[in-house]
Design a protein around this ligand. Sequence first.
Ligand SMILES: Cc1cc2nc3c(=O)[nH]c(=O)nc-3n(C[C@H](O)[C@H](O)[C@H](O)COP(=O)(O)OP(=O)(O)OC[C@H]3O[C@@H](n4cnc5c(N)ncnc54)[C@H](O)[C@@H]3O)c2cc1C
Length: 406
Amino acid sequence: MNIAIIGGGAAGFFLAINLKQLSPNINVTIFEKNTNVLAKVLVSGGGRCNLTNSFAGIDSLHQAYPRGDKLLKRAFRVFSHLDTYKWFEDKGIKLVTQEDDCVFPLSQNSNEIIECFIRLSKELGISVKTSLDLSSITFEEKYALTFNQDNTRVQFFDAIAITTGGSPKAEGLNYLEALGHKIVPPVPSLFTFNIPEDPIRELMGIVAENTIVSLQGTNIKASGALLITHWGMSGPAILKLSSYGARLVNDKQYRFNILVNWVNEVNCDILTDYLNSIACKNPNMKVSNVRPYDISSRLWLFLLNKAEIPLDRKWGELGKKGINKIMNRLSNDEYSVHGKGSFRDEFVTSGGVSLESINFNTMESKSCKNLYFAGEVLDIDAITGGFNLQAAWTTAYIAAKAITQQ
Ligand SMILES: Cc1cc2nc3c(=O)[nH]c(=O)nc-3n(C[C@H](O)[C@H](O)[C@H](O)COP(=O)(O)OP(=O)(O)OC[C@H]3O[C@@H](n4cnc5c(N)ncnc54)[C@H](O)[C@@H]3O)c2cc1C
């Protein structure tokens, strides 16, 4: 059997190696359009490769995977984060789980993963062909592949795995649509928010540790730390919100309003009671000098100004109206987002080959027999934390297993 894997990234290599380990007699060729393979793995996790997550902080998979959770729920029964952990440690790569549940190589170096993949590919006899960009797939008795750089030569295979990763442009997926697959239009996910001309940017560098941010007019929200930057807002809560709302804010052309709850307290009565208790205990103290919830002092002064409360006003003088203004500012602070930025160049694509077009148990196409998918080319994407690579390992492993069981 001759198998072609299109795309020499995380999913492509993982699929090829598992395929050869499960069935050594299969001939496997990886085709990569660039001169270098595994380029994204190299830069992943800031060069440290956050290759999976302990999932300890995840209550429901939908929290980590806004798209693809249902498929992955089933798929993780076959190859989970624990299998990933074992797989890499069996290959001699020691791993470490950080306090935030992210898993990295102990060496803190993504090169260790790349060297492992390259060494195993050589040992297992996997052929890796670079600078070959797939241009078309046709099928008669076998799959016939042509490549842009070599369009006179057709290569024939019994099965194909598409592991071409996220594509920001829908045109890159046209050939898959032509083969009968439904395509969910690709849009970016995991980005920061530009909030131009808002004075909040003067507080750049301040981190509010425990916030809830939401897209105004929707029930889409995310919690966690929020970093104020010189262009707007970033940090885990914002990246998560960008992931949960990726499609919606793309429809709005990245012009939308967000509400920030700076103190992670959604119950207005609890918040009001708390502010009243501060006023009772400190009636003669200036509002600027007693900060609720240990909020950063610069942020507190900023919010008081925004609430139009004079900084020398005493807590005892605030009255119901003043307490209400502060309560609103702390829990419902509105900002207008105009545009998106990047987070350390890290982004993923939401969209791609629709999961309606594939068999969840095998990753095989429903419209083309012996055509498989794995990785970010599928309409699966996650928040940051190692979840995206975990999806690539899991889907690649399942496709490899299914190919060997044909
Ligand atoms: C800067 C950055 C940092 C990241 N860090 C992390 C992290 O720490 N943890 C995490 O879980 N996720 C991270 N991600 C996301 C993660 O890297 C991807 O989700 C993952 O690499 C997807 O694997 P893949 O194999 O599907 O795609 P890729 O790794 O993108 O591989 C696809 C390959 O296919 C090739 N290809 C595309 N089209 C063709 C074609 N027509 N013919 C031939 N070859 C083709 C591409 O050149 C590429 O080499 C990061 C992403 C970025 C951009």
